[in-house]
Design a protein around this ligand. Structure first.
Ligand SMILES: [Zn+2]
Length: 427
């Protein structure tokens, strides 16, 4: 292993723990988006002292942005001595609400038995701290490196990333020539490299009926019964068909290595809001179903949509008075960076050197900010790699292991060495 890097990180362990604790103490809960400005100012002040140029950028007019809860992001950049490629570490600073069931204060940053506890410890302030220490250690050991290192702390990943990475990508912060390589230190376990995610299609299906008195339903037409026919057809045809679609994507957990469909919600009938607890006395003239379809790299988005539309069209032919509308709510294409691209190659070298074994390549069942970097920034050399156990994210007594942060910081610093010093040699 690179002895100088290893020593430089070992010297910074106390700093790494203190930094993680400080970050957890900002209760950056989203929603509503609490404390983004003080947290990003703290990150900027720290990196400024290390020679980074820092900028705070507010995601103006993005969902949730207002003067009480500004969507403040930070980007810090350190220029090497000569021109070269830029490696960017992107971490989200927002965390989900603490929820019940904690045995420690979720925003105190309790350190105990080799772990740092707190909301966001694992997802993903531990990863952010590890990437900062990795960059600082790399710069100390290689003051002559070519290229640049960027570190960002961005908002709203937990709610779609619109005021964070998506906004910054629209402004050109995640595109060439400014940035070449991106590492997102999400908690995917220290010996795994996450190459991307499955695709998403959210849609709303509405069945229509006609209103009538509930005592004479034969005079109307029940939209809920029509929706029942849709759900029945899904059970009989769609779910078995999706179950049978296997993928070459190494999705974890393994249950997600196929197409899936979640029925998010069903809303039917007239509102009960006016007289709480009292049902509406009418035949329902509308029923809406929201679906969340996760699809594979082998599937085409138009076919994903068509297999639902075909069922609805068939019902329209076969079922008297059946009528429907379908509305797309969101679509994200599946992503998979090739494992021999520069970033996964560099991180794999780090994992081999630190752990003496081959990395495990994985794909996330759900999306994260890589989607914006790829789709808006058109930057495809990107992976998620960071410390922390994914299963602990969003749970009570969330923690990150200090050894895990130290080891993954070494992997990240070796990754920088491969991407920046390797580039200098090639140049
Ligand atoms: Zn996360």
């Amino acid at each position: 292993m690179n002895e100088h890097i290893s020593r430089a990180i070992a010297e910074r362990i106390d700093d790494l723990v203190a930094l993680t604790v400080d970050l957890i103490r900002f209760p950056t809960v989203n929603p509503p988006g609490e404390g983004y400005t003080p947290c990003t100012e703290y990150i900027a002040n720290r990196l400024k002292k290390q020679g980074f140029q820092t900028t705070l950028i507010r995601g103006e007019d993005t969902p949730g942005d207002n003067d009480r809860y500004p969507r403040t992001n930070v980007i810090a950049r350190y220029e090497g001595r000569r021109p070269g490629p830029t490696v960017h570490f992107n971490s989200h600073i927002d965390v989900v609400e603490a929820g019940a069931g904690w045995t420690v204060d979720p925003f105190a940053g309790v350190v105990r038995d080799g772990k740092v506890y707190g909301r966001g410890a694992c997802d993903m302030k531990g990863g952010l701290a590890a990437s900062i220490i990795a960059a600082e250690a790399f710069i100390a050991v290689n003051p002559d490196f070519s290229g640049a290192i960027e570190i960002s702390g961005t908002v709203d990943e937990e709610s779609g990333g619109f005021g964070g990475v998506a906004y910054l990508a629209q402004k050109g912060f995640f595109s060439k020539p400014r940035v070449d390589h991106v590492i997102i230190p999400e908690p995917l376990n220290k010996d795994r490299i996450c190459l991307g995610h499955r695709g998403v299609w959210w849609a709303e299906i509405e069945t229509k009926g006609s209103i009538a008195h509930g005592s004479m339903p034969f005079l109307g037409d029940s939209a809920i019964r029509h929706m029942g026919a849709v759900l029945h057809a899904f059970e009989e045809e769609l779910f078995p068909a999706l179950d049978a679609k296997q993928t070459r994507m190494p999705v974890v957990p393994e249950g997600a290595r196929r197409s899936t469909l979640n029925l998010n919600s069903v809303h039917g009938g007239q509102t009960e809001d006016y007289f709480p607890g009292l049902p509406s006395p009418n035949v329902p003239d509308s029923c809406r179903l929201v679906i969340d379809r996760r699809f594979l790299i082998e599937e085409d988005i138009s076919e994903v949509r068509n297999e639902v539309v075909r069922i609805l069209e068939r019902l329209k032919r076969e079922r008297p008075k059946f009528d429907y509308a379908i509305r797309d709510l969101m679509e994200v294409l599946p992503l998979m960076t090739e494992s021999d691209a520069p970033v996964p190659t560099a991180i794999a070298r780090g994992i081999r050197e630190v752990f003496g074994k081959e990395p495990e390549y994985v794909i996330s069942p759900g999306t994260y900010d890589q989607k914006h970097i790829s789709r808006i920034g058109h930057l495809h050399d990107c992976v998620a790699y960071g410390p922390g156990i994914l299963d602990l994210a969003h749970r009570p007594d969330e923690w990150v292991g200090i050894d895990d942060m130290v080891e993954s910081a070494k992997v990240m610093a070796i990754g920088l060495d491969v991407l920046l010093k390797g580039a200098a040699k090639a140049a």
